[in-house]
Design a protein around this ligand. Structure first.
Ligand code: MRU
Length: 367
């Protein structure tokens, strides 16, 4: 990803080789601020408060959190404490557990003096792997976009609707849903993106920031606009990300994704979901019944964060004082609404059979 022409990842090691650096995503798109995480507790706060967010990035940053913990103290008690603290930061994205399990299993039977170095090595591997997984998702998704581009009249863009932010800010680089879009744009395909605002946390602002930095034409829309655009033939396809994908192909993504999928189905608009394999949870079958949905503070619903013409950033209350707010962060889109899952191994049907075909090695835990 490039900001002002400089290539960054969304998480990286500082020059001292152990401090973790990230962008404070709560400040974006108004301010690009890099912050340093020095302790496991800093990492827990960064994930909980959404300084970093997006399923794959949460996993990668949590892995570095385990490394920082081992630097602080590498005994068994601290290993368990770090795992228990980090796993509680956010409940829905399975990448968090996936990364923490990988670290825990690699460290539990290793002597204390080796743990810090091993933890950093694995955290680096997870970050590098994520970049590669997303790059491959981009290539497979590009084939899909090319298909739609081939049927567009000359000069007309392929219009793609996306929800939330599933770009490089949500991963270590490239993104999931946005990777195919970047690759299509770079390949000279005329693409235009409808960006859902994604209240209450306005991740659409992050997506607009990313697409703008990359020069991809896009339009930010209210969350309720998608159905109208689909009815009028202004959306060729939807591509979204996912925080957890079940054994039968249900996906759990940012609140509002389900409504977009319903509207897409009603209007015969293809609805694709892009995901790296660490987002798969073969222990879960029925996403609606089984996936824990994060509920966040009501203030995120009653307030919006923005910048005024003088450049002052602040939270503004939009609800009557004392209003009870519900803030459900995710919803589940059942597999039947999904046209295809775009993974690093190719595109498959959103079904148990489709996933088993692409991931025979991973689906062994299927219930
Ligand atoms: O609450 P967030 O911002 O962490 O939610 C992020 C999403 O819902 C993304 O769409 C999802 O993590 C897929 S990102 C590659």
């Amino acid at each position: 990803m490039k900001i002002n022409g400089i290539h960054y990842r969304s998480v990286w090691l500082a020059d001292d080789g152990h401090t973790i650096e990230i962008f404070d995503q709560t400040k974006l798109p108004f301010e690009v601020q890099i912050i340093q995480l020095q302790t496991m507790q800093d990492v827990a706060t960064a994930i909980k408060e959404m300084w970093v967010r997006g399923a794959p990035l949460i996993g990668a940053v949590a892995a570095y959190g385990m490394a920082l913990a081992m630097r602080q103290s590498s005994n068994d008690e601290n290993l368990q404490h770090a795992y228990d603290t980090l796993i509680k930061t956010r409940p829905t994205a399975i990448n968090l557990k996936w990364a923490l399990d990988r670290l825990y299993q690699a460290l539990e039977n290793v002597e204390y003096s080796l743990r810090e170095a091993i933890a950093y090595r694995i955290a680096n591997e997870i970050a590098d792997e994520d970049v590669e997984l997303c790059r491959k998702i981009g290539e497979h998704g590009l084939n899909i976009i090319q298909k739609y581009a081939a049927h567009k009249p000359a000069g007309e863009p392929v219009n793609i609707l996306t929800h939330c932010n599933a770009g490089w800010l949500a991963t270590v680089d490239w993104g999931t849903a946005l990777a195919p879009i970047y690759m299509a744009h770079d390949a000279g395909i005329n693409v235009h993106v409808w960006v859902d605002e994604t209240r209450p946390r306005n991740q659409g602002g992050l997506t607009s920031f990313e697409l703008g930095s990359h020069g991809v034409p896009h339009t930010l829309i209210a969350d309720n606009a998608g159905g109208h655009l689909m009815q009028h033939g202004k959306v060729d396809l939807c591509i979204v990300g996912t925080d957890r994908t079940t054994a039968r192909g249900d996906v759990c993504n940012k609140i509002g994704t389900y409504l977009k999928a319903l509207a897409a189905k009603a209007n015969q608009v293809p609805f694709y979901v892009a995901l790296p394999s660490p987002t798969l949870d073969f222990t879960v079958w029925d996403g609606v019944k089984e996936i824990p949905i994060e509920e966040r503070a009501g203030e995120e619903q009653s307030h919006v964060y923005g910048i005024n013409p003088e450049g002052t950033r602040s939270w503004v209350n939009t609800a009557p004082q004392g209003t009870t707010c519900g803030n459900y962060a995710f919803d589940v889109t059942p597999a039947e609404f999904i046209s295809g899952l775009i993974t690093e191994r190719g595109v498959c049907e959103a079904s148990a059979e489709g996933l088993q075909m692409l991931f025979p090695d991973l689906c062994k835990q299927q219930p």
